[in-house]
Each structure stands twice: as structure tokens, then as C-alpha cells.
Write a protein that binds this ligand. Structure first.
Ligand code: SF4
Length: 62
């Protein structure tokens, strides 16, 4: 599974990071980014939760 953050949509709520800090990182303005789109198998469930809870629908899964 892959996950990406659309920087144009992200408003910096940090919900994704609260749900799965092992995958999402925050920049100095609180906007989320990912080091690598490849989601470790053990984090897939949490990353899905994060995508569903992003108020801006900024996280895409593939
Ligand atoms: S929850 Fe969505 S809007 Fe908030 S920081 Fe994460 S990607 Fe950005």
C-alpha cells in the first residue's frame, strides 16, 4: 500500500500524525508529509484510519 499527502489540500490539523506518528511527519508549520509513500504492512490499518479522519481529504491511498 502507498499513501501520500496532497500539500495543496493539507491544512495542518495534524490528525494524521496523532493517529500514526510512525508514518506521518509534520513540517515546521504543522503540515504533514511522508518520507516515503510505501506504507509498512504493520502501519496499514493506522494509515487508513488517518486518511479517513483527515478533514481535508488530503491523504490518498493506492
Ligand atoms: S490530517 Fe490531513 S489536513 Fe491534517 S495534517 Fe494530516 S494530511 Fe494535513
Amino acid at each position: 500500500m502507498k499513501a501520500d499527502v496532497d500539500a495543496d489540500r493539507c491544512q495542518g490539523h495534524a490528525r494524521c500524525w496523532q493517529i500514526c506518528p510512525g508514518f506521518f511527519s509534520l513540517d515546521e508549520e504543522g503540515h504533514a508529509y511522508v518520507e516515503s509513500s510505501d506504507v509498512p504492512v504493520e502501519l496499514e490499518s493506522k494509515v487508513r484510519d488517518a486518511a479517513e479522519n483527515c478533514p481535508e481529504r488530503a491523504i490518498t491511498l493506492s
